[in-house]
Design a protein around this ligand. Structure first.
Ligand code: SF4
Ligand code: MG
Length: 331
């Protein structure tokens, strides 16, 4: 089956005081129809930048896609005009964020904000839009949608607001939904309800989902395939069972050890020593994880690992798994 989304050699740079730094570096992957692909890694690993690149929502004048291709449903998004992208965004591809980032507009009712998306993309009367807005609220599990439709965001709980965000995102039945830490701001019980809702909607609507999270527990529950990102690069990519039964990259293995029990609320990946290098301190050669890796070897600081298929459908970027080491003249 042809992929719905294909990202090829994506390189996204941020301009910091006149110099370009790659926040996403040579990332390639595919998302098949109806597939849920998880993207995991600590914050600062490029997960959000990658999704903003796909959505063409990088901050203007600061972030830009330097090279690579983003092919969605057979169309190269990199070659499209702003107007063409606006037709696709919110309709065929849509996105939900962690709550604080994109809280709903406080001055408009829930119904107004839902209808706005419908009007943008569909030829629909006012009455129809209102009816559809109520139906959408109902479909995301909001009770008394006829009342909620006329309420303002501050009148709703965090979980309800996230349900409304999901309703807006799926209003035009997108083929692809990108969910960036959709439950991180919510407490554990609400988190589980929202994830269940997402899964249900994914099945009913035959949608593909890219689920960005720092929580491997969420990945295990939700995803078909997993991409592990570290410092702007993919370090491991395989299906979810393989990842959990046979994790290979030292970073992935450390993340596994960092899965907390359900009742622990503290920062989930805190048990890995050290921090992700910032964009301006990114090592130019060698493995970007080398200074934190318990298995680092001297060559890890001078040879940059390549993402290679080490077993069928299992890609890893780590010198421990490269067969052609030492590589001559490779940076
Ligand atoms: Fe660790 Fe070296 Fe593998 Fe990087 S390449 S993850 S430093 S063993
Ligand atoms: Mg993020």
């Amino acid at each position: 089956e042809a992929p719905l989304l294909e990202v090829k050699n994506l390189q996204t740079a941020f301009d910091i005081e006149g110099t370009d730094y790659n926040a996403v570096d040579n990332v390639s992957f595919k998302v098949k129809p109806r597939q849920i692909v998880g993207v995991v890694g600590e914050s600062g690993c490029g997960k959000s930048v990658m999704s903003l690149s796909i959505m063409k929502l990088l901050p203007k004048g600061i972030g830009k896609v330097k090279s690579g291709e983003i092919i969605f449903d057979g169309i190269n998004l990199e070659k499209m005009s702003e107007a063409q992208i606006n037709k696709i965004r919110g309709k065929d591809v849509s996105m939900i964020f962690q709550e604080p980032m994109t809280s709903l507009n406080p001055v408009f009712t829930i119904g107004y904000q839902l209808q706005e998306v419908l009007f943008n993309h569909l030829k629909i009367s006012k009455q129809e839009a209102r009816r559809k807005a109520i139906a959408l609220l109902k479909s995301v599990g909001i009770s008394r949608p006829e009342k909620i439709v006329d309420e303002y965001p501050h009148q709703l709980s965090g979980g309800m607001r996230q349900r409304v965000m999901i309703a807006i995102a799926i209003a035009c039945q997108p083929k692809l939904l990108i969910a960036d830490e959709p439950t991180t701001a919510l407490d554990v019980t609400v988190q589980a309800q929202i994830l269940e809702l997402l899964k249900e909607i994914q099945e009913v609507n035959d949608m593909s989902v890219i689920l960005i999270t720092h929580d491997l527990g969420v990945v295990a529950e939700m995803c078909d395939e997993v991409i592990v990102m570290y410092a702007g690069k993919i370090v491991e990519h395989t299906d979810v069972d393989t990842l959990f039964h046979n994790p290979k990259h030292p970073y992935t293995r450390l993340l596994m050890g960092a899965i907390p029990k359900m009742d622990e609320k503290e920062e989930r990946l805190s048990s890995i020593q050290g921090i992700v290098p910032s964009l301006i301190n990114m090592p130019k050669v060698g493995c970007r994880f080398a200074h934190r890796c318990p298995q680092a070897m001297p060559e890890c600081f001078t040879v940059t690992p390549l993402l290679e298929e080490v077993e069928q459908d299992h890609e890893v970027a780590c010198l421990l798994f490269e067969t052609s080491i030492p590589r001559e003249g490779v940076k």
